[in-house]
Design a binder for this molecule. Structure first.
Ligand code: ATP
Ligand code: ZN
Ligand code: MG
Length: 525
């Protein structure tokens, strides 16, 4: 890495340039700095060096070159600090701030880029795929910018973006771990279309939403009951209720706001509740019978929060900064109050890909071995529901996001090594510790088993300590991990109805027992 910075130390005043001794003291200061302050922490001869300096009014202009150990911008900050110590008493001179007017950095990239990339804040970026180097230059960087490690994050971002280019289109590794028996299905129609025809369902008033009429509501509630009675309650999960508005600082910690900002519904607040402030807005509505959006813009905040996207972030937040008592581990909780909202745009389809869906999300926090044991129990319970009650044709697949695979975070242990882990695939001699299992089902209306895309109708993850760390959650001893499982009711129903049709006669008895009589609904003419 090469860092080349020209910048300034801004002084508290303009010293008289001919002040006796000042020039010499400055010269001594910089040559001493090159020997001491700017080499501290670096191997012999690998520190930063001030190669040029000039006193100009209330600025000391400096040029600093460095390698990776004491990066030039850190060197500039060190100079600022020591200048005050050195010149305060004798000359009443101190450093007010520092600025990097031009900053050129050359660093290694992991592999050749496949296309140009853009990164914020940089003035120019030049990628050399043959030499595996990147040159970036910045202008006019404030002290704040230099202090906050933005430079490091930008260098990392360049390498991430290049890695992304290699994985475009194959965002995860997918490997079937278990499959149910093949079953006969009663039809191959899209249940959403049929339900609309029968009046069980009506397209919602805004994009990607549905109005569920009594029949489908009863089916969704029956699905929920199955999850409660056969999965969550028997395993000891306790219910919580959280807000469905999520402030950005929570999504900053989970990474959602950087990950999927294009899928959120954003929420604004009124700038004021003062009735008078809204008078013109209300009067305009009175006159035009329309909502004047230009006026509205002036009366609301820029969003600082969004509607729930997944329930786990709010639950992690609720443990932020706490030490969880050993005897409460593993913590097993779930939320079913906050609906998940996602801007699916062109991907919307039927009740299986909607912009607002109803989910139970169990979340578990515990020692790694507790969570691995829990995963087995969850799988066992889910299998019971899908095999014995809903009688579905489905499978489980390991899906590993490529970034986990790449960063070597997906550890496996052999079953012998970890006596507690009892893998459910008898043919495998190792068990993944962290990772996600997708539950997928065959949808006959999409085509053949082999060729059509199966629907992921729920998942189950062990995430490791990522969120535990970001929310600073602690335990009394040992490692703490977490994970979650997303039980999407619309997806459970979509799968069931796509395989079993809409006539309760064809539905498994055990499901009908939970459902009871299908509501008659109503007719509109
Ligand atoms: P997909 O790849 O289908 O978009 P995802 O990876 O975004 O799914 P997760 O964030 O893992 O989904 O959410 C977990 C569960 O939430 C899914 O298994 C599914 O049950 C449900 N789910 C996600 N998105 C939707 C949606 N748009 N409509 C209905 N249910 C959904
Ligand atoms: Zn989650
Ligand atoms: Mg999605």
């Amino acid at each position: 890495m090469k860092f080349n910075l020209t910048g300034r130390i801004v002084l508290n005043k303009s010293p008289e340039p001919n002040l006796p001794g000042l020039q010499k003291d400055l010269a001594d200061f910089f040559s001493e700095a090159n020997e001491m302050i700017l080499t501290k922490g670096a191997p012999e001869g690998k520190g930063a060096a001030v190669t040029d300096w000039t006193l100009k009014d209330d600025n000391i202009l400096v040029t600093i070159m460095s390698g990776r150990y004491v990066r030039a911008h850190d060197a500039l900050l060190r100079l600022k600090k020591h200048l005050g110590i050195k010149f305060g008493k004798k000359y009443q001179l101190g450093a007010r701030s520092v600025v990097a007017d031009n900053y050129d950095i050359e660093f290694a990239i992991d592999r050749p880029p496949l296309a140009e990339i853009k990164v914020p804040f940089v003035q120019t970026i030049k990628l050399d795929g043959a030499d595996l180097t990147c040159n970036i230059s910045f202008e006019n960087l404030s002290e704040e910018f230099l202090r906050q490690n933005y430079i490091d994050r930008i260098i990392k971002l360049v390498n991430h973006k290049i890695a992304d280019q290699y994985y475009a289109g194959k965002s995860e590794q997918w490997e079937v771990m278990w499959s149910s028996v093949e079953r006969d299905h009663v039809w191959s129609k899209d249940p959403t279309d049929e339900m609309q025809r029968l009046g069980w369902l009506k397209q919602g008033p805004t994009k990607g939403k549905w109005f569920y009429r009594p029949q489908l509501t009863a089916i969704l509630r029956a699905m929920e009951q199955l999850a409660l009675d056969h999965v969550l309650y028997p395993l000891g999960f306790q219910e919580v209720i959280q807000s469905h508005l999520v402030p950005f600082d929570i999504w900053l910690k989970t990474g959602h706001i950087a990950g999927t900002p294009n899928e959120f519904y954003y929420v604004s607040e009124p700038l004021t509740r003062d009735v008078d402030a809204w008078e013109s807005f209300r009067d305009t509505i009175y006159v035009t019978n329309q909502v004047p959006s230009d006026k509205l813009k002036e009366l609301i905040t820029v969003p600082s929060m969004g509607i729930c996207y997944a329930q786990c972030p709010g639950i992690y937040w609720s443990f932020q900064g706490s030490v969880i008592a050993e005897d409460s581990l593993p913590v097993l909780i779930f939320d079913r109050a906050a609906n998940s909202n996602r801007y699916e745009s062109g991907g919307r389809h039927g009740i299986e890909r909607v912009d607002e869906f109803h989910r139970l999300e169990p979340i578990y926090i515990g020692h790694p071995e507790q969570l691995i044991e829990l995963r087995e129990k969850l799988i066992e319970r889910y299998k019971y529901v899908f095999n014995e009650i809903l009688e579905l044709e489905w499978r489980m697949a390991w899906v590993t996001p490529w970034y986990l695979e790449q960063s070597g975070q997906v550890s496996e242990v052999s079953k012998e090594e970890n006596g507690k882990v009892n893998g459910n695939d008898k043919n495998k001699d190792s068990v993944k510790l962290k990772g996600t299992i997708d539950f997928e089902a065959y949808l006959p209306y999409r085509g053949t088993r082999e060729e059509s895309e199966w629907l992921e109708y729920q998942n189950l993850s062990i995430i490791g300590d990522k969120f535990i760390d970001s929310f600073n959650i602690k335990t009394q001893r040992g490692d703490l991990w977490s994970g979650c499982s997303g039980i999407g009711l619309e997806r459970w129903a979509a799968v069931f109805l796509a395989q079993k049709g809409l006539d309760p006669v064809n539905w498994p008895d055990k499901f009908r027992d939970v459902l009871g009589e299908l509501p008659v609904g109503y007719r509109t003419l």
